[in-house]
Design a protein around this ligand. Structure first.
Ligand SMILES: C[S@@+](CC[C@H](N)C(=O)[O-])C[C@H]1O[C@@H](n2cnc3c(N)ncnc32)[C@H](O)[C@@H]1O
Length: 310
């Protein structure tokens, strides 16, 4: 949690109650629509209809310390694994998004082919070929076709993440490696508290709704077990960091990037963001910095069993 407290929800200006979200005491409800986080139409037509929202969300990590360069971590991991091996490994980046990992592996590594796959064709528009528009739950590849598969911060968007994990295992060669990333359910809790506090104030309730937490559908603490049902060996590499910001805008942009799920967030987005900004400005005037604890992790899964993490 943030070391320094946010100002009390009742201490700031009265922003009134939004007529369409109810009023009065009590909680405004609990977690935002978990299923819409995996709704293919919402994902393709809204959340990932372009790379802008994802970029805003990712930009918050510019302030993370230590600054983990996840694509470089994955590149190192795969280079080490494939060093000394004959033949050019084929890598499949599932849920490639705007292609951050694909690009790093293509430019930094010596791999035969790095294929970017995503459910959303708009996300792939900026990624050079080879690209494939497809669903992680039904990969259009033969058994054992890939030497490495990536599923970075994306399995939580699949309706049944386990189904996609099974697909990763199916398309992977017997000596291949799967690299998966996600967040712990306690990731960025300070943002959860901030959103709830702002939403409570906007709605005029004692306890505000929680913001969307996509990774809660495939949290880090459960991911190892899920992978373990399909792979012989699974190693978890925690990637913790702390984000410190001194200006509301990176946080506002991050929260606003969840706009596709605004209807599920239990409070009107723009009003809540306005209130978040006010809470943050007050916080900065007292403490100067807002701290966010990041609890991400990478899992390395191999088949058959016997490998170990670097
Ligand atoms: C949070 S982004 C992560 C992008 C990239 N892997 C990264 O870490 O930068 C999630 C991506 O997964 C894609 N996605 C969501 N559901 C998918 C599915 N069922 N099959 C393939 N891609 C999917 C989205 O379109 C989006 O591009």
């Amino acid at each position: 949690m943030n070391e320094r407290p946010l100002p009390d929800a009742g201490a700031g200006p009265d922003l009134g109650t939004h007529p369409s979200f109810g009023s009065g005491p009590g909680s405004a409800g609990s977690a935002a629509g978990a299923d819409s986080l995996a709704d293919r139409r919402t994902l393709v037509e809204h959340a990932y209809s372009g790379a802008a929202a994802l970029r805003s969300r990712q930009a918050l990590y510019t302030w993370a310390r230590p600054a983990h360069d996840l694509p470089s971590i994955v590149l190192d991991l795969l280079q080490t694994r494939f060093s000394g091996r004959t033949g050019d490994p084929v890598i499949l980046d599932v849920g490639a998004g705007n292609g951050g990992y694909t690009e790093r592996l293509r430019t930094g590594g010596r791999f035969g082919r790095v294929v970017a796959l995503d459910l959303s064709p708009s996300m792939l528009a900026e990624v050079p070929s080879p690209t494939v528009t497809a669903d992680a739950a039904r990969l259009p590849f033969a058994n054992g076709a890939a030497d490495a598969v990536l599923a970075m911060h994306m399995l939580y968007h699949v309706p049944d993440p386990e189904e996609a994990v099974a697909e990763l295992a199916r398309v992977l060669a017997a000596d291949g490696v799967a690299v998966v990333s996600t967040n712990h359910s306690a990731d960025k809790q300070e943002l959860d508290a901030l959103w709830s506090r702002a939403a409570a104030r906007v709605l005029g309730v004692a306890e505000g709704p929680r913001r969307v937490a996509a990774s809660a559908r495939f949290p880090l603490e459960a991911a190892g077990e899920s992978l373990g049902r399909h792979f012989g060996a699974v190693c978890a590499i925690p990637i913790p960091s702390v984000i410190e910001v001194r200006d509301p805008e990176p946080i506002i942009a991050h929260l606003a990037s969840y706009e596709a799920w605004a209807h599920d967030m239990g409070a009107p987005l723009q009003e809540t963001l306005k209130c978040v900004r006010e809470l943050l400005l007050d916080h900065f005037s007292r403490w100067g910095v807002f701290t966010i604890t990041v609890r991400s992790g990478v899992l390395v899964a191999t088949e058959p069993a016997g490998s170990s993490c670097r």
